[in-house]
Design a protein around this ligand. Structure first.
Ligand SMILES: NC(=O)c1ccc[n+]([C@@H]2O[C@H](COP(=O)([O-])OP(=O)(O)OC[C@H]3O[C@@H](n4cnc5c(N)ncnc54)[C@H](O)[C@@H]3O)[C@@H](O)[C@H]2O)c1
Length: 338
């Protein structure tokens, strides 16, 4: 079967994972970073051409199938739209964008050019998450009454220093960079959010982050389910927990661990989760840890969709839905301000 040819835009931390899995699933033809040294380093490692501008890459590289967008959040829309207009499919890192308008423009560009736009939400592949979602879809937990998402991570000042992270324009907010793929699960499992009430604060990052480092959110979903999000990057010294607790008419489950990787509690009528597969470890960036490293599954899905007519694991409409929920949460902070 013909190998899929990829390019990467943005050669920072997560791009290293992308390059590794691209080389397992296809060919990395070109990479680009405005920091040309980073582009050259990654390009040399994988024998790919290196560029310091996306325009130059797209002007020169005509023999591509997919462009993987690994640039800062606030540039995802521009980079995705340029790549789609150049005639390539796009795999976009989370969050899809940091406002709804941009998500709409990205979807329109994909439609206009008849190309696929994949959104990355790799927490869906965590074994307990996938198992709980399947059980809920089969009605095993009955009607879902309420859902609680807890995201207790640590990001110290060094993480934000000399970076786009922590800036309003390129990062967008703690829910966009740290927890958008957790919020995706609320949409995936329960659905659209009707209304939210939010309180946020910046307790420990006032001189370094342009937005909140902690928040509590009460949600009501369209189907009547209620829920909460309790999030912070102030867990002392290290990541503590990423968990989802679900109360249904026929059962209660809690998926926990540091990054939704363990089934911590289950009590379900006439049903039990048994022998869940062991998942991947977390993405380790040296100074800090991220989510479960499921980018292998993300790339397997790209191959399945493009070669076998498979279904995109997270499509662009769902990517937009996460942004819509986060947007509602941040709008409600503004409404609550005295
Ligand atoms: N799915 C996940 O688990 C996961 C994990 C980490 C990061 N991410 C996402 O991946 C993206 C990148 O994050 P990161 O941690 O790798 O950041 P990073 O800062 O390490 O890398 C971003 C790179 O983009 C480059 N860049 C900036 N402007 C550019 C431009 N105009 N053209 C080309 N390159 C440009 C920067 O020089 C930098 O090298 C973010 O959107 C982030 O939210 C996702």
């Amino acid at each position: 079967m013909r190998e899929i040819k990829f390019a990467i835009i943005g050669c920072g931390r997560i791009a290293q994972r992308h390059a590794e899995h691209i080389s397992n699933n296809g060919i990395l033809k070109a990479v680009c970073d405005i920091d040309f040294v980073k582009a050259i380093e990654l390009g040399e490692k994988y024998k790919a051409s290196s560029y310091n501008s996306i325009d130059e890459l797209l002007a020169n590289e005509k023999d591509l199938d997919v462009v993987s967008i690994c640039s800062p959040n606030g540039l995802h829309a521009e980079h995705s739209i340029k790549s789609l207009e150049a005639g390539f499919h796009v795999l976009c890192e989370k969050p899809m964008a940091i406002n709804l308008y941009d998500c709409g423009e990205m979807i329109k560009a994909a439609e206009r050019n008849n190309k696929r736009l994949f959104a990355i939400k790799q927490n869906r592949f965590n074994p307990p998450v996938a198992a709980v979602k399947a059980a809920i879809d089969e009605g095993k937990l009955g009607k879902i009454y309420s859902i609680q998402l807890s995201c207790f991570w640590n990001r110290n000042d060094d993480y934000y220093k000399n970076s786009w992270k922590g800036t309003k324009d390129l990062d967008g907010g703690t829910l966009y960079t740290q927890f958008s793929h957790f919020i995706d699960l609320l949409y995936w499992i329960v659905g659209d959010v009707k209304r939210v009430h939010t309180i946020t604060g910046n307790f420990a990052h006032q001189n370094i982050v342009e937005f909140e480092d902690t928040g509590v959110v009460a949600l009501e979903f369209n189907n009547g389910t209620i829920g909460t999000i309790n999030y912070t990057v102030n867990s002392y010294g290290k990541n503590m927990e990423g968990s989802l607790t679900i109360f249904g008419g026929k059962g209660t489950v809690k998926i926990g661990g540091q990054y939704l990787n363990e089934l911590e509690y289950q009590n379900i009528q006439d049903f039990e989760f048994k022998d869940l597969p062991i998942g991947n470890t977390a993405n380790n960036y040296g100074q800090y840890q991220g989510s479960m490293s499921n980018h292998d599954k993300v790339y397997e899905n790209v191959v399945d969709v493009l070669h076998n007519g498979g279904t995109i694991s997270t499509n662009s409409f769902e990517g937009l839905k996460t942004v819509e929920i986060i947007d509602k949460i941040y709008q409600s902070v503004k409404q609550n301000q005295p």
